[in-house]
Design a protein around this ligand. Structure first.
Ligand code: MRU
Length: 347
């Protein structure tokens, strides 16, 4: 099974390296990123995407900001790094991991004695976040695999795989761990309009690991559920509050359909995706550009006079969620997020 990292720190060139996800599956290209402006663009364009991967990108971004900052006195140094951190934080508002990864490195850096050690502290903390993310994905995989029957077909939406994390994946981590443990799992991947993370990325990852995958249009999902072709739905999450799960637009309709057909609907996510402070109404759902919906390649399909709505995420109420699979175990709603997060800080 493939364990390639999605993004990493390259010590020799003091840069962030990552797989450009906008080019897959046609091209596998590694980008070398040495500026905050370039990293912010990469996050906005979804060259790097997926909640846990955004957490790692934010963490490496702060490390990069520290490395390239030429200020010698600590006050001006931290001021500049914090400004860069704010630029990165503002790129995507819904996935909580981005701000979480940034804040964790900024906080750790503040404990350093001087500017030189602040740089190495930042790099070490970002590396630790990447390592922890991989470990969390494997633990999520183990916990979730136990929920699946020995032979089953699982529907997933968007890409909650290795590409969305440091490696292995959350929803796809569960599938990978189940297959590794000898279960026969077939995957139905919803294409995920408009940017096709399911068709391009999930199908690419699974095919690379020899896991059977069938791509469907998003609107085919209900039909397959009604025919009895789907045994479980597993998706990732961008933010989990006490009342809802935010995930890629389209997730909510799968949850409603799964509930109607009595199919288990699982959310796989690390504790870094939980938001103990906010509820649905406090969270901004990212809205993206019109072009993503109106054009494909060089062709435009929507008349200029028509309005377009392009929400990147939707919110699924907890009562439609069968269970949330985390690195600390499987939790069925209602979930006490405060208690769960205190088990993270007790680590
Ligand atoms: O807009 P994207 O591609 O960043 O959205 C990603 C998702 O919605 C994923 O399902 C989510 O981040 C979970 S990733 C393990």
């Amino acid at each position: 099974m493939n364990e390639t990292a999605t993004l990493w720190w390259d010590a020799a060139t003091e840069s962030i390296r990552y797989i450009d996800q906008t080019l897959l599956p046609a091209e596998y290209t590694i980008i070398e990123c040495r500026s905050i402006g370039r990293l912010a663009t990469a996050i906005k364009r979804l060259e790097i995407r997926g909640a846990p991967a955004l957490g790692v990108a934010g963490a490496y971004g702060v490390a990069l900001a520290a490395v390239i900052c030429r200020k010698k006195d600590p006050a001006s140094f931290f001021e500049e790094v914090r400004r860069d951190a704010d630029v990165l934080r503002s790129t995507r508002p819904t996935a909580i991991n981005l701000a979480w990864g940034i804040d964790r490195v900024v906080t750790k850096m503040a404990t350093a004695a001087d500017v030189v050690s602040a740089r190495s502290v930042a790099i070490a903390e970002a590396e630790e976040i990447a390592r922890e993310d991989t470990a969390c994905c494997h633990a999520i995989g183990e916990c979730g695999a136990a929920l699946l029957p020995d032979r089953c077909t699982v529907l997933t939406h968007c890409n909650a795989g290795a590409l969305a994390c440091s490696s292995w994946g959350t929803a796809l981590g569960v599938i990978r761990s189940a297959v590794k443990g000898g279960k026969l799992v077939k995957v139905v991947a919803c294409e995920t309009r408009p940017l096709l993370q399911g068709a391009r990325l999930t199908a690419w990852e699974l095919a690379r690991d020899d896991i059977a995958v069938t791509v469907i249009t998003d609107s085919t999902a209900a039909h397959l559920m009604r025919r009895g072709d789907i045994d479980a739905v597993i998706v990732g999450a961008d933010r989990i509050t006490r009342d809802v799960v935010f995930n890629k637009i389209g997730t909510y309709m799968h949850a409603v359909c799964a509930h109607h057909h009595a199919i288990p609907f699982y959310v796989a996510a690390p504790l870094s995706t939980f938001d103990g402070k906010n509820s649905e109404r406090d969270v901004t759902i990212e809205e993206r550009g019109r072009d993503e919906v109106t054009t494909m390649g060089n062709r435009t399909f929507v008349p200029d006079a028509a309005e377009v709505k392009n929400f990147a995420f939707d919110a699924t109420p907890m009562d439609l969620v069968t269970a949330v699979i985390t690195e600390k175990g499987v939790f069925r709603p209602p979930i006490d997020i405060g208690a769960l997060l205190s088990c993270r800080s007790a680590k």
